[in-house]
Design a protein around this ligand. Structure first.
Ligand SMILES: Cc1cc2nc3c(=O)[nH]c(=O)nc-3n(C[C@H](O)[C@H](O)[C@H](O)COP(=O)(O)OP(=O)(O)OC[C@H]3O[C@@H](n4cnc5c(N)ncnc54)[C@H](O)[C@@H]3O)c2cc1C
Length: 419
């Protein structure tokens, strides 16, 4: 065990064994680093287990697009809408919302899309290369995705986002009702138009994907320690991590604790506007409806994926912090959405899940070293794209930690300094 008071411990300790921490460990190993990962849970057990599985390398449009100020207020207070803030949380989240709106100017959106493209543009190749190396390539499905709308006018509301994605190279083919029926016969006639994204693959079981990477890392000597880090401190010899069970010492730390990351920075005087956007899924383990590809009911912001463990209907954004229990009515709404897309789906007896998307207001993660805290590196805040962005994040961080000047430059848009 690396839980030693001796500062010659592992070269790098990663806090968090979500998909971001795991991909970072994978890339650090490639650069020859000795790595330990500390997490109280199984690898990939939190947000990284319940996502929709989309490897969305073309999803460079941020959540706050120009015009968001007009749409958001109505959406936010509608408990059945895709975005919801309980009234009691509104004051708390107001400063985050102000930053969210500020990030929606056309100039800032263009910068964000450019930065996201640099981070995720080759995510598909990176994930496939890693999966091949790890021995779980069969978990990535190449059948593409459909993003669907009931009619032309609802599709047009997303025109700016699609145009931005296409500008950055996304292969998105316009389709009509006959194409939708030919590609996915189970989809309701309600959905008349959309886009076919043949080059955007998906992961068939995100939790299994994470645990496969973890098993590979263990085989390569990465140590996994089950502990919760309660605090971090630095002295002349390096970093000490105070865990619930022990203390861990190391030269360098990577903070990849997803939505919980800001809590560990606060005592060091480092503030970052990280909010959880609580997302839900319903799993229909015995569904007789199966889909060949991911189907996104884009007007409802709901993803439907035929996972190995059943049909998963994922979506919704709910603010409300890390401590509130999951909202059953919020999860149950997903059954209505699923039924609107897949009329033959038996929506009885779903398994409900809620997870914490780690979200910064400008839809960019924080990646890089914390100023005035040498040896403390961040890799968190990937929001709706953490599965996709994990591989590129690991690569960028590993290069920057090895002192690459190019990587130091590439990391600038993700600096914690931007807040
Ligand atoms: C409904 C839904 C659908 C989504 N769909 C997609 C999708 O299709 N494609 C996509 O790319 N992304 C998707 N996402 C987003 C994606 O799942 C997340 O961005 C990603 O999982 C975040 O990974 P992470 O490693 O940062 O965080 P997590 O997976 O949450 O991992 C953080 C880890 O840190 C650990 N930790 C926390 N505190 C401590 C501590 N004090 N000490 C030690 N360890 C600690 C936790 O136990 C956890 O294991 C979706 C999210 C949701 C909710």
């Amino acid at each position: 065990m690396p839980n030693t008071q001796d500062h010659s411990g592992p070269e790098v300790i990663i806090i968090g064994a979500g998909i971001v921490g795991l991909c970072t460990a994978y890339q650090l190993l490639e650069t020859g680093k000795r790595v330990t990962i500390v997490d109280p849970s199984q690898p990939g057990a939190e947000c990284s287990s319940g996502n929709a599985g989309s490897l969305a390398s073309g999803a460079v449009a941020p959540l706050a697009m120009p015009g968001v100020l007009k749409q958001a207020p109505g959406m936010l207070l509608d408990p059945t809408g895709p975005l919801y803030v309980p009234l009691s949380y509104l004051l708390h989240v107001a400063p985050w919302m102000a930053r969210f709106v500020a990030a929606s100017s056309p100039a800032r959106v263009a910068e964000i899309a450019l930065a996201l493209h640099a981070l995720i543009g080759d995510a598909v190749q990176l994930h496939k290369a890693m999966a091949t190396q790890v021995g779980c390539r069969e978990l990535i499905a190449d059948s593409g995705q459909l993003h669907l709308y009931p009619d032309q006018s609802s599709l047009e509301k997303d025109n700016a986002g699609w145009a931005l994605k296409q500008q950055h190279g996304l292969n998105a083919q316009r389709i009509g009702r006959a194409d939708i029926h030919a590609l996915e016969p189970a989809v309701s006639d309600h959905y008349q138009v959309g886009y076919h994204l043949p080059d955007q693959p998906w992961v068939k079981e995100p939790q299994l994907y994470a645990s496969s990477i973890a098993e590979y890392l263990k085989g390569r000597g990465v140590q996994f320690v089950r502990d919760r880090v309660r605090g971090l401190s630095k002295d002349s010899r390096g970093w000490s991590l105070q865990g619930q069970f022990d203390e861990y010492c190391t030269a360098q730390v990577v903070l990849a604790a997803g939505a919980w990351s800001a809590q560990l920075l606060r005592p060091l005087g480092v503030k970052v506007p990280l909010e959880t956007q609580r997302g839900y899924h319903l799993r229909f383990a015995k569904s007789e409806v199966a889909l060949e590809r991911i189907v996104v009911l884009a007007d409802r912001k709901v993803f439907i994926t035929s996972m190995q463990s059943g049909l998963r209907v994922a979506g919704t954004v709910e603010f409300g912090g890390l401590e509130r229990p999951p909202s059953h009515p919020r999860a149950a709404l997903l059954a209505d959405h699923a039924k609107a897309g897949l009329p033959d789906l038996d929506v009885s007896n779903p398994v409900e899940w809620m997870g914490h998307r780690p979200c910064l207001p400008d839809s960019l993660p924080v990646i890089g070293e914390v100023p005035q805290q040498p040896g403390l590196w961040c890799a968190f805040g990937h929001g709706h794209l953490g599965l996709t962005g994990s591989a590129g994040t690991g690569r960028l961080l590993a290069q920057a930690m090895s002192g690459s000047a190019l990587a130091q430059k590439a990391i600038t848009p993700f600096s914690i300094n931007r807040f």
